[in-house]
Design a protein around this ligand. Structure first.
Ligand code: ATP
Length: 595
């Protein structure tokens, strides 16, 4: 926790000092009031004292408010820093890590655990520092009065310390588990929202509700356990304070009776014991809170330790008002590149498994893609086609062998530069909640209207712009739920083309397009292939027929490479694929050629 407070410690300390000063100023008020009363009784002037009392009231309030604000603002700054660190980390997590993560749980760590952390810093840390000072001060003054009574009090404080420590461990453990349950709830809700229509269509609302309420119940039960530990710790502290009070009374009384202690000293000592109750109660509560914060820190730390890609992503230091618009791009990534030509690709004896222990999905894959032109990759479902793209984008590293882009191993490319050279259109094309323009210019800065309009033409997005209320700046819902599969993919193609990639990877949609759009997109791909290298995982006959080279993949291995006509003649698998599995693009002559 201390690590996260670096840079804020001075402000935190200053806030603590102000709070302390505010309390001290407030403590002078009864003394001034007492004097005012005394002077009134003696019929003396009180103007000066009234002024002093008013001054003490105002000063105490202002100083306390300043201290409170400072401490709270440190809490907010701390949350901002930790959230910045977390998102900067989450955004560059390795794909394999995210494959296994629960997104909802990550969100819960970002939201709920950081909030808990804030409460702990502002409430627990500062109040306990003040309480420790008050505790030590009182104990010293009590020792000056009578060290025998101090020994009795210290025994009680020690017992309280031990029991509070024991309870705090329980609080920390129970809080960690409660936060875990909250994370599970978030993960479950995320899974339902991600597959919202599927849940509805399957009539699984009741089932999912059961799971969610189970998770909520678990969080509630664990929350109760936290409350139980807190109550036990508070009860222990209070019991010991009362016992020690009685013990001091007994021992003190005996010492007064034997003449070893003046009665006035015993009364003063007992008054100090009253003072002591406050810091002891505060500290016993704060210890538990610190442990709870520790549990939150552990969950945050666990995310910060996940494996990340070699991309330097620092949370920006500046704040600044951005208005109410969500998803405003505050730190635009980069300028749109100029035309950059085409990149050659080579796979050399590539073996790849997603995780150690899993079977290899690519087995000794070797083929080359020349710079420029259209290469189609075809093969049965599960052959490993998408995995080839994942290696090119370096979402994963090959287990052995080499993947080259422009003759350079992808592992030797700076990752951002590699990805900047590649445009990737997934089959289940991702559309982000935001405007159409934001979706197209994602990660690019300074893209002019004319350039956006150009890709709208190229990707055949005219109908989407027209139908969308607000046009180019119209809002596209969560995961593009308001769009058809084909429209989503055309947006993704537009996004990829806008980046002017040296290599365009396209996992063709399996859904059929109408004949006009089919032909138009074919033209777009042909035009793109003239300027850059295009590799398409092809599901359409029209695409393979147009391809300069076709790579046939089967069960993780390259079966054949050639043109459509060559492969029709020479390769049985290809012939079967071409005649049975490809989506034929309406035109009879295409079908005829396939036969
Ligand atoms: N993230 C992953 N973790 C583990 N295994 C995976 C992962 N993604 C894919 N696989 C497995 O790798 C194999 C190849 O998958 P891949 O998606 O590359 O096939 P594909 O040829 O693109 O299939 P399709 O045409 O159905 O999209 C499959 O057996 C799949 O189950």
């Amino acid at each position: 926790m201390l690590r996260f407070t670096s840079g804020f410690r001075l402000r935190l300390a200053l806030g603590g000092v102000l709070l302390l000063a505010g309390t001290a100023t407030s403590l002078t008020q009864p003394m001034i009031a007492q004097r005012i009363l005394n002077r009134l009784v003696r019929d003396q002037g009180i103007n000066g004292l009234l002024l002093a009392l008013a001054g003490a009231v105002v000063l105490g309030t202002v100083v306390s408010a300043g201290g409170y604000f400072m401490v709270e603002s440190v809490g907010e700054s701390l949350v901002r820093r930790v959230r910045g660190l977390l998102v900067a980390r989450i955004l560059v997590l390795r794909t394999a890590v995210v494959d296994e993560a629960k997104p909802g749980d990550l969100v819960s760590r970002l939201v709920a655990d950081t909030t808990l952390l804030r409460q702990v810093t502002t409430q627990a840390v500062v109040t306990s520092i003040i309480a420790v000072i008050a505790l030590l001060g009182s104990l010293i003054l009590m020792g000056l009065i009578d060290y025998v009574l101090l020994a009795v009090t210290l025994t009680a404080v020690l017992v309280i310390g031990v029991s509070v420590r024991w309870a705090a461990t329980g609080i920390g453990r129970a809080t960690g588990k409660a936060q875990e349950a909250v994370g599970l709830m978030a993960a479950l809700l995320d899974r339902d929202l991600a597959a919202f229509r599927t849940v509805k269509a399957a009539g699984a609302e009741k089932h999912e509700l059961g799971l969610l309420t189970d998770a909520a119940d678990t969080a509630w039960r664990r929350g109760l356990r936290v409350a139980g530990w807190q109550a036990a710790s508070g009860a222990c502290a209070s019991l010991m304070m009362q016992t020690s009070f009685l013990a001091v009374l007994g021992v003190g009384g005996a010492r007064v009776a034997s003449g070893r202690l003046p009665i006035a000293d015993l009364i003063a000592y007992l008054l100090y014991m009253f003072f002591l109750t406050q810091p002891v109660t505060t500290l016993s509560g704060a210890w538990g809170q610190l442990k709870a914060g520790g549990a939150a820190v552990e969950r945050i730390q666990a995310v910060l330790e996940l494996a990340v890609e070699p991309i330097a992503l620092e949370p920006p230091r500046t704040g600044g008002r951005q208005g109410d618009a969500p998803y405003r791009v505050r730190h635009p990534a980069e300028e749109r590149p100029e035309g950059r030509g085409a990149a050659a690709v080579a796979f050399q004896q590539v073996v790849f498994m997603y995780r150690p222990g899993l079977p290899a999905v690519l087995k000794d894959v070797t083929f080359t893609v020349p710079a420029g032109g259209l290469t189609a990759v075809v093969g049965p479902s599960g052959a490993g086609k998408t995995s080839l793209f994942a290696l090119l984008e370096r979402f994963y590293d090959a287990s052995s062998g080499r993947v080259l882009v422009d003759g350079r191993d992808v592992r030797d490319w700076p990752l951002t530069e590699l990805r900047r050279s590649i445009g990737y259109v997934e089959q289940e094309a991702a559309v982000l909640a935001g405007t159409l323009r934001e979706n197209l210019t994602l990660g690019l800065a300074g893209v002019g209207d004319d350039q956006v309009r150009e890709v709208i033409g190229l990707a055949r997005l005219g109908d989407v712009v027209e139908a969308l209320p607000g046009g180019l700046d119209g809002w596209i819902g969560h995961r593009g739920g308001t769009l058809s599969g084909g429209q989503r993919q055309r947006i993704a193609i537009g996004r990829a083309l806008l980046r002017r990639p040296r290599l365009l990877l396209l996992d063709e949609a399996t859904s059929a397009l109408d004949a006009t759009n089919e032909a138009a997109l074919r033209d777009t791909l042909t035009a793109a292939a003239a300027a850059t290298t295009v590799v398409v995982i092809a599901h359409r006959l029209s695409t393979v027929i147009d391809a300069h080279q076709i790579v046939v993949l089967e069960a993780g291995g390259v079966r054949a490479v050639g043109t459509h006509d060559e492969l029709l003649r020479s390769d049985q698998t290809y012939r079967e694929l071409a005649t049975t599995q490809f989506l034929a693009a309406g035109a009879p002559e295409v079908l005829e050629r396939a036969r």
